[in-house]
Write a protein that binds this ligand. Sequence first.
Ligand code: GLU
Length: 426
Amino acid sequence: MSKQTQTVGATGETTNPFEMVQQRIDTICKRGNIPEAARLRIRECQRELTVHFPVRMDDGEIKVFTGYRVQHSDIRGPAKGGIRFHPDVNLDETKALATWMSLKTAVVNIPYGGAKGSVICNPKTMSLGELERLTRRYTNEISLIIGPERDIPAPDVGTNPQVMAWVMDTYSMTKGYSILGVVTGKPLSIGGSKGRGEATGRGCMLVAKMGAKHLGINFKGATVAVQGFGNVGSVSAMLLAREGCKIIAVSDTKGGIYNPKGLDVEAVIRHKKETGSVVGFKDTKTITHAELLALECDMLVPAALEGEIRADNVSSIKAKMIVEGANGPTTPEADKILFKNGQFVIPDILANAGGVVVSYFEWVQGLQSFFWSEEEVNCKLEVVMNSAFNEILEASQRDKTDMRDAAYLVAIKRIEDAMTIRGLYP
Ligand code: GLU
C-alpha cells in the first residue's frame, strides 16, 4: 500500500496527513460558522507543481528525481515554507505541510501564506556534489513559481543553510543579479539572520515555558523527553536544559537514550556529531521509540516526523504536556484521547512557528539591508511567541476546546477575513 493511502490501528484512522488536515479544517469551519466558500478554498491547495528532473551522480549515472512545490495559499502574503529532502515524501504529505504553513503563519500573524517543497531522495547517502546538483536543478524547475514576492522557501527536514545558499545562487544566476529574499535560513555571510538556526527550537522552549506556567509545573527541574534529534529536537533540548529543565531522554532514527538523572545535552550533540547517533552516549540506557513516548515525565517534545502519536500508542503517554516540535506528529484520534485525559498539547502550528517567524525577520532584514543583533531577534521572537500563546490559550478557554482546535480557528478566521476583504476575482 502506498504511504499516501495507508491506514493503521484498530480504529482504521487515516495516516494520510493531507486527509487529516482537511478533516480538521472541515470540523473547525463547521464549529466556527466559517462560510462554505472559504472552507472549500482553505481545504485545498492553490497551486501544486510536480517536477521530474535529471541529476548526474558521482559515478556518471544520470538519475531522475521527483520533487514538488505546493503553494497552499498566498491570500495573506507571499507563500512561505521549507523544502524537505526525504526518501518517503510524496505529494499529499507536501500538501499537508503547505497547508500547515498557512495556518502557522496565520496563528503567529505574520504577513505570509503557506507553501512547502520536497524532493524524494535520501540526502544521508548522497555526496555534497550530488546534493548541490540536485538542489540546483530542483530550484531551476520550481523557479517558475518561487520568488521573493511570491513564494519563499526555507530549510526543513533534510535541508540546511548550505542548501538554501545553492537555492539563492541558482535563482540569482537565472535573473542576472543577487536576490537575497528568494529564500530564508541562509548562511549569515549571504544575508541570513542571527538566531535563525536556533529559532524553531527556541520557539518550542518559549511556549513550553508558557505552558508550564499555565499548568503550574515548576519549569526548573521539569522532566522532558525529546523524540527526534535533528535541528528542532536537539536545539529544543539544549535550550530547555539551559532553562533548568531535566532532559531525561532523547532519540533519533537509530534509537533512544535514557538517564533519569538528566543528560548533558551539549555533550549528546557532540556525541551525535562524532558517531552519527545519540545511541551509545555514556551512562545511558538504550531505549526504543515506544519506550521514550511512554516515559514518566512532565513534558514530551515530539520533534521527528508526522503521525508518531496515534490511537494505537497514545494511551502509553504519561507526560502532562506535549510540545509539538514536528509538523503533524499527532493524529486526530490520538488528539481526542489526550484531551480527554487532560494532557495539554501545544500544537505544531504554534509550538514550531519560531522558525518561520525568524524567517520573516530574515526576509525583512534583507529587504531593508539592515541586520539586527541576535539579542534583538530573540527578543522580537519572544514577543511574537508569547502573544500567540496567550491568544490561543484564551481562545481555547473561551470555547472550551483544546489548544489545537483553538489555534486552527484563530488561523482559519484570519485567512477567511483576508479572503472576504480581498473579494473574489474576477
Ligand atoms: N520548515 C520550517 C517549518 O516547517 C520553516 C519554514 C520557513 O521558515 O519558511 O516551519
